[in-house]
Design a protein around this ligand. Structure first.
Ligand code: SF4
Length: 236
């Protein structure tokens, strides 16, 4: 019988250095690690190669190999962005990898769809910043995740947390309000970013976002309307 321990590996789509385009750190340099595969299929998804549709392309990394791949990209970066896809699908790998990543002296920034709270508990102590989505069924055309989002927000409030709500013309106020009600109960100081769906930016989506903004602010003041600026700048 062998006593060699099995080394965990991750399935990674891409590793790159770029300007964060979303939320409160928009405009700051980060190193991005895009994990393969997602448990959801939102209609607007901008990373179809990472959700397990279309081209199934990923590279396998051990924790140490991933560290070596990140090291040359850290110039001026303030954070390591763990993104996807849905990175929490690979939480068991992250549990081994993040203690090594801490030595890079970057903040650990998790970008997540906020639907896998049990997976989050495996790595929560190692995170600094959580960028959590609320996925509204009227936007995603998927099932709802209210219970999952509530549990996720409750756990995440111990960390620096902000919430993104991708908004399309289909997004209904009832769904939006329900998200705010959940946050009021679980993590009431959290800033919420209304993020207009990029594909609809030129076709009147801002008007719809402004309507939601004006309804939301009286019941939940910490709201910003903010687009994905990296796409506007034409960068990765
Ligand atoms: S949760 Fe994110 S990565 Fe997954 S399908 Fe939706 S937009 Fe794409």
């Amino acid at each position: 019988m062998s006593h060699n321990s099995i080394v965990m590996t991750a399935r990674i789509v891409e590793i790159f250095r770029s300007i964060q385009g979303e939320g409160p750190y928009a405009g700051q340099m980060q190193v991005f690690v895009r994990f393969f595969e997602c448990n959801m299929h939102c209609v607007w998804c901008d990373t179809p190669q990472s959700i397990g549709d279309g081209k199934r392309e990923f590279t396998t990394y051990t924790p140490q190999e991933l560290i070596e791949a990140i090291k040359p990209l850290t110039k001026n970066a303030h954070a390591l962005s763990i993104t996807g896809g849905e990175p929490l699908i690979q939480a068991d790998f992250l549990k081994e990898f993040l203690p090594l990543a801490k030595k890079l002296k970057l903040k650990i920034y998790l970008d997540t769809n906020g639907t896998l709270p049990d997976q989050l508990t495996k790595i929560l102590p190692m995170l600094d910043i959580i960028a959590m989505d609320f996925k509204l069924p009227s936007s995603t055309k998927e099932k709802s995740y209210w219970a999952e989002h509530e549990a996720f927000a409750r756990l995440s409030r111990r960390k620096e947390l902000f919430v993104k709500i991708v908004t399309t013309k289909q997004t209904q106020w009832a769904d939006f309000k329900r998200s705010l009600d959940i946050l009021k109960k679980t993590a009431p100081k959290t800033w919420v970013y209304i993020q207009p769906s990029y594909g609809e930016l030129k076709t009147g989506i801002i008007e719809h976002c402004l309507e939601l903004y004006d309804k939301a602010v009286p019941i939940y003041p910490q709201i910003k309307l903010f687009p994905q600026v990296h796409k506007i700048m034409g960068i990765q």
